[in-house]
Design a protein around this ligand. Structure first.
Ligand SMILES: Nc1ncnc2c1ncn2[C@@H]1O[C@H](COP(=O)(O)OP(=O)(O)OP(=O)(O)O)[C@@H](O)[C@H]1O
Ligand SMILES: [Mg+2]
Length: 243
């Protein structure tokens, strides 16, 4: 089987004046469809830089990136945008929701770029919100939702296009412990449905929900292990938020 992601000798350097920062020195990695990977490592080790490349928000200074059979290493911004829209769902630490829009409109947003009709957009966004347990919050705006609910909206948005990978950079970074566990439970459900997830976290107990842990240091992969100590969230389905 061809891997979903193949990185070969990926480097990313930033030039600021006379200083050159090698944020990624040489990263080679393969990730198969259906994997749940946690990316760990100290601050400044290159995790977000790598996630930006994986998410086609940035291109490497050297090396090859093959995503779902497509070589995306040398694409133009427009070509990358197209790949992003079809292949990738993002979840961010700060949720990145549009503050004046309802949960439904936030979730439906990626479908506008995909050229889906308004009626179909609303229908699919509603289903996606129901799938994360927010069927009764669709008309709420972000400031009318809790932190965990906001992140659920972001997860529903990430899933709306049936992307081939979900990229989550510190998705629980702004959440309390209980809510973090709830979001990890949601990630487990999504993974169980066959999705591929790559998640950055600083917290060991969050990383233990993943099946594979890749640790970075100084722009290199320091180690890459299967997680034999997987922690499962104890729960009965996704809790509904009843009024
Ligand atoms: N746009 C940029 N311009 C210059 N240097 C950058 C830029 N983005 C990141 N860097 C540098 O690249 C290195 C890797 O940064 P990166 O953001 O990937 O780290 P990280 O592992 O995500 O850290 P954290 O855990 O703090 O989020 C750091 O030394 C950082 O200062
Ligand atoms: Mg980072």
């Amino acid at each position: 089987m061809e891997p979903l992601i193949t990185l070969k000798d990926i480097g990313r350097k930033y030039v600021i004046g006379t200083e050159v920062i090698h944020a990624l020195k040489s990263v080679s990695l393969t990730i198969n469809k259906g994997e749940f990977v946690a990316l760990m490592g100290p601050s400044g080790s290159g995790k977000s830089t790598l996630m930006n490349i994986l998410g086609c928000l940035d291109t490497p200074s050297k090396g090859e990136y093959i995503l779902n059979g497509i070589n995306v290493s040398h694409m133009t911004d427009n070509e990358l945008a197209e790949v992003r829209n079809t292949e990738i769902g993002f979840v961010f630490q700060t949720f990145n929701l549009l503050p004046r829009n309802t949960a439904l409109d936030n979730v439906a947003l990626p479908l506008i770029y995909a050229g889906v009709s308004k009626e179909k957009r609303q229908e699919r966004a509603k289903t996606s919100l129901e799938n994360v347990g927010l069927g009764n919050r669709i008309t709420h705006k972000p400031n009318e939702l809790s932190g965990g609910q906001r992140q659920r909206v972001a997860v529903a948005r990430a899933l709306i296009n049936n992307p081939s990978i979900i990229l989550a950079d510190e998705p629980t970074g702004n959440l309390d412990t209980k809510t973090s566990i709830e979001i990890m439970g949601l990630m487990e459900d999504i993974h169980a449905k066959g999705n591929t997830i790559i998640l950055v976290t600083h917290e060991e107990d969050i990383a233990l929900h993943a099946h594979r842990i890749v640790r970075m240091r100084d722009g290199l992969v320091e180690n890459d292990f299967a997680n034999t100590n997987i922690q499962r969230v104890q729960r009965q389905g996704i809790p509904e938020f009843k009024d």
